[in-house]
Design a protein around this ligand. Structure first.
Ligand SMILES: [Zn+2]
Length: 415
């Protein structure tokens, strides 16, 4: 796309910085900012130096989140940020866009000469689950949904504990517990779209109303293992056949659900003994359910339970269902969503409203502080991929909307 000549220098700077923190050709190799790798550490060093240039003071909390506060020492009313880590061979903008854009907004509002000095920036650590198996580590510790001890005890696939790593600037920055949520009016996270909603709607930005949360069940089907040749078709207790039927029903339940949209997937299946000439004695699979309303997870769970009983009876197998995870969906704050939508309209930016089906740091922060999220159009709609792309015009539009929303909220005296 041809860049418009009216694009702000701040939007160009965001694009340049997103490129500058890539160590290799991002289109060929993707970005490799997996948490605590050299590429991630170096990117955070650059971030600290840019934040200082913007008049912000860097500090670090116990889990490794980097905080950037107004140098004036005044208490911020607004927190903006996202994450600087990536998946392996990831895209340039997932996470980084939100942090770099936050620096621009904070930089405008922080400094001498009567500036409000009211925006702080955060780089939440380990938002991606690529290394330690769980994601949103830093934001969940800040929100208290995961303890610091639990976070530090996480181990990667080589048995390296999260808590044994304090790389880069971590030990050199002042320690700080993070902004007291009680002084904050709002948390605002800008993020690249990870789907094609915006491309399809020909919109530049989207205001998120809610972030879906996962519920997961481990389903263990136990039948009778037998010879595939000698056992007649009648009278079998085939665990894999029963599991296959139940997996079909998971999909049918999601499709026939009445209420808010939900998404259910079985993406993992283990079969024992997994041999061509043996009727399976056991099949274990995991149901991943995403809901926007807690009640929908309860309804789905109840209906799934009825299907389990039916399949048990039909196939003469036993089925054990164990809940592995049950997160609460996060509602974004209505007043912040309104401020974002109004700011978009005032700036002539085409905006739509969407729900987010992927997890973000805002999901946790929303339990502490009224929160809002703004998505920026992703040119091809792909994320977690070197192909992830944004246009500078859309970044400029998001910048205008974020600035306008903060301006509106700062005048609204919500506190
Ligand atoms: Zn992200």
């Amino acid at each position: 796309m041809v860049e418009s000549s009216t694009v702000s220098s701040a939007a160009r700077r965001i694009m340049e910085r997103a490129d500058a923190i890539c160590q290799r050709d991002p289109l060929e190799h993707g970005v490799g900012r997996v948490v605590f790798t050299p590429e991630h550490i170096r990117a955070r060093e650059a971030l600290v130096s840019w934040a200082r240039d913007a008049g912000l003071r860097p500090s670090v909390d116990g889990v490794g989140n980097f905080w950037f506060l107004p140098a004036s020492g005044s208490a911020p009313r607004f927190l903006m940020g996202s994450h600087f880590d990536s998946v392996p061979r990831g895209g340039r903008y997932d996470g980084a866009l939100g942090v770099l854009l936050a620096l621009e907004v904070a930089g405008d509002r922080c400094g001498p000469g009567g500036a409000p000095n009211d925006v702080a920036v955060v780089d939440f650590i380990a938002e991606e689950s690529s290394r330690f198996g769980v994601g949103t580590v830093g934001s969940s510790v800040y929100a208290g949904t995961r303890s610091l001890e639990q976070a530090l005890a996480l181990e990667d696939s080589h048995g390296v504990a999260f808590g044994s790593l304090r790389p880069g600037l971590w030990t050199q920055l002042p320690e700080y517990d993070g902004v007291d949520p009680r002084v904050l009016d709002a948390y605002l996270e800008v993020h690249v779209d990870q789907a094609t909603d915006l491309v399809d709607a020909r919109a530049q930005v989207a205001v998120i109303d809610a972030i879906a949360a996962p519920t997961r069940w481990r389903v263990a089907v136990r039948g009778v293992q037998a010879h595939s040749g000698s056992a007649p078709m009648a009278g079998r207790h085939d665990a894999l056949l029963a599991a296959a039927e139940l997996i079909q029903r998971v999909n049918a339940l999601a499709r026939s659900h009445v209420g808010s949209e939900l998404r259910a997937t079985v993406g993992a299946l283990d079969v024992l003994p997994n041999a061509a000439n043996v009727i399976a004695g056991e099949a274990v699979f995991i149901v991943d359910l995403r809901v926007l309303e807690v009640d929908d997870a309860l309804t789905f769970g109840g209906r799934f339970g009825a299907e389990v009983s039916d399949v048990m009876a039909r196939h003469g197998v036993t089925i054990e269902v164990r809940q592995l995870l049950s997160d609460r969906p996060a509602q974004m704050d209505g007043a912040i969503a309104e401020a974002l939508a109004e700011a978009a309209a005032a700036a002539n930016v085409a905006a739509i409203g969407v729900s987010s089906w992927s997890a973000h740091d805002a999901m946790h922060v929303a339990s502490l502080v009224p929160s809002g999220m703004l998505l920026v159009r992703n040119v091809g709609g792909v994320s977690h991929s070197p192909q992830e792309a944004v246009d500078v015009d859309d970044v400029d539009a998001a910048l205008k909307v974020a600035r306008g929303a903060i301006e509106r909220l700062s005048g609204s005296g919500r506190r």
